[in-house]
Design a protein around this ligand. Sequence first.
Ligand code: NAG
Ligand code: NAG
Ligand code: NAG
Length: 320
Amino acid sequence: MSRRSEAVLAVLTACFFWSGPILCAAARSQQLNDRPIIGVLAQENLPGDQFAAGFSYIAASYVKFLESGGARVVPIRINRTEEEYTKLFYSINGLLLPGGDVDIQTSQFSRAARIFYNLALKANDAGDYFPIWGTCQGFQQLSVLTARKNLLTLTKTKSVALRLTLTPAAQSSRLFRSFPKDLLQTLTDENITSNFHRWSLSMQNYSRNAKLKRFYKVLSTNSDGEKEFISTMEAYRYPFYAVQWHPEKSPFEWIDKPGMVHSISAVRTSFYSASFFISEAMKSQHRFSSPAEEDKALIYNHQPVYRGMTAVFVQNYYFD
Ligand SMILES: *[C@@H]1O[C@H](CO)[C@@H](O)[C@H](O)[C@H]1NC(C)=O
Ligand SMILES: *[C@@H]1O[C@H](CO)[C@@H](O)[C@H](O)[C@H]1NC(C)=O
Ligand SMILES: *[C@@H]1O[C@H](CO)[C@@H](O)[C@H](O)[C@H]1NC(C)=O
């Protein structure tokens, strides 16, 4: 046996006995899936959305974000059966929980997120790598799913660009390790991460909750002047990533308001975030049962609606 295959065998053996999905996937990463498909979860329409057709939407910026990293997208509609979600889970290579404004405990969005989260825990535990990315509301949703309660608190972060305060753990994190050094420096020096949230997970509540503390490693924090909150985290043992800020907005949203940043560094940050997440999705070997099934599911079957330059989302997809 070659030294390399011996090493791989050793890691695979170790992975079955004690480690977890992260190391298991590292051992198998020779066979990357370079045609990854990401599911993006739809959510209940914003009240009073004059462009709405059907009862749910996906902002197109999340789709473009994933496409920029080399993935195709499948919309995950709300209000579907658990069987349908399970079948879809084993057809896709990752899940993105987008930002938005629904109830993260009672909405159909939160119901579907819970079903996929539980499937992802189970799959990863069995060595079946499946990454999840949560942005803004998606971050908050992940915190509620892990803590099994809502520990969020109101902050003054509705429309502001901030620089990240990286923790010592950031340097060795899977997410930020993949970023160029100069970009990490810019992220810590300049206000280039877009924040559009009222709710945050404070360091205080995170630290006091054993479930959250055991599950997530804090990679960056921010403050609204009063409360220190978590802006980036990744799970220790699962390929789950959460950002309270919006990497997808810099290249793909154009509403003119404080907090929006279109600088070269902000756009690069978006790209490296997407590229990292898609590199994780490439470790998943899930696929649709046939090319025809895949074809039918892809978002190319839907047309985004242009909502105007003053809209919070410049284009949305709408679904029943
Ligand atoms: C959700 O599904 C149920 C039954 O499957 C249906 O009665 C209900 O109208 C649906 N809700 C929406 C918003 O379509
Ligand atoms: C902690 O969580 C509770 C909800 O359980 C919330 O009411 C409170 O504002 C939070 N406090 C901080 C400092 O985050
Ligand atoms: C960055 O944002 C903070 C918080 O809003 C602000 O106090 C600071 O002046 C900003 N820095 C620059 C260089 O704009």
